[in-house]
Write a protein that binds this ligand. Structure first.
Ligand SMILES: *[C@@H]1O[C@H](CO)[C@@H](O)[C@H](O)[C@H]1NC(C)=O
Length: 259
């Protein structure tokens, strides 16, 4: 019996880490990628720390459990962690999290605007990997998510900042350069954020009552990034949320600033 349980333990731990994720910073400047796992949904977490510095043209590779649920990866811009007593999200111009360089495992989600790569992996045969690149909470960096199994590419591969409609432009780094393009909801175009078509909240809180036509500047995001998740109920576009047979055990590559 002892032998059997040792075997079961080994088999389970081996099965728990079956995916390889590769994160590349192809931007011409340093960014600080971050990972958050919604621990209310799943407890399996990637082997990589929840935040790190990625110099230009650098890559990291790490293991991700094949049942990683409600996970997200994004990039932070213009961070300064030199003051150890300052661990708030304001340490970065955007995408910052609670915790400092390492995002807090419970509250360290990124502050918008931030482009986010989202994953819920299906755990193996019979399951489905779901993934997307979301600009629902605005845009801060171009991201493309590739895989090695021929499944669809999720992306917002172009820089939406230069053409960002002026009401959405910002925030700005310490040199005055814009580092984001906000959602209409976050840009102050929702007088009552709890009941707004721009936020899909309140009376507009369902897919039926929050059509994309009611979200200001939806088409700016979707036309430029047709394969991104561009507002809260963008699944109706059929080019927002992507899936891959979990039995294929795809490995994923997340590229910031794909050329
Ligand atoms: C980083 O922040 C510290 C204060 O915490 C400041 O003294 C320093 O100049 C900042 N560095 C840069 C590069 O902005």
């Amino acid at each position: 019996m002892k032998t059997t349980s040792a075997f079961v333990t080994l088999a389970l731990s081996a099965a728990a880490y079956t995916r390889t994720f590769t994160v590349t910073n192809n931007c011409a400047y340093t960014i600080w990628p971050a990972i958050f796992t919604d621990l209310n949904v799943g407890t399996a977490t990637p082997s990589q720390p929840t935040g790190w510095e990625a110099d230009t043209l650098t890559t990291v590779t790490f293991s991700v459990p094949d049942n990683w649920a409600s996970g997200r990866i994004w990039g932070r811009r213009s961070c300064n962690f030199s003051d150890p007593t300052n661990t708030g999200p304001g340490t970065c111009a955007d995408g910052g999290c609670n915790g400092g360089l390492l995002c807090d495992p419970h509250s360290g989600t990124g502050v918008p605007p931030a482009t986010v790569a989202e994953f819920t992996l299906g755990g193996g045969a019979g399951g489905t990997d779901w993934y997307d690149v979301s600009v629902v909470d605005g845009f801060n960096l171009p991201i493309r998510v590739d895989n090695d199994k021929g499944c669809s590419v999720a992306s917002c591969p172009v820089d939406l900042i230069p053409g960002c409609p002026s009401p959405l432009l910002g925030p700005y780094d310490s040199t005055g350069a814009a580092v984001g393009c906000m959602s209409a909801c976050d840009a102050g175009l929702a007088p009552d954020p709890a009941n707004s078509p721009n936020c899909c909240t309140g009376d507009h809180g369902t897919a039926a009552t929050c059509p994309p036509s009611g979200v200001q500047y939806y088409s700016y995001f979707k036309d430029n990034c047709p394969d991104a998740y561009a507002y809260a109920y963008d699944e109706s576009s059929n080019t927002a949320l992507w899936q891959c047979d979990a039995g294929l055990a795809a490995d994923y590559t997340i590229t910031f600033c794909p050329s």
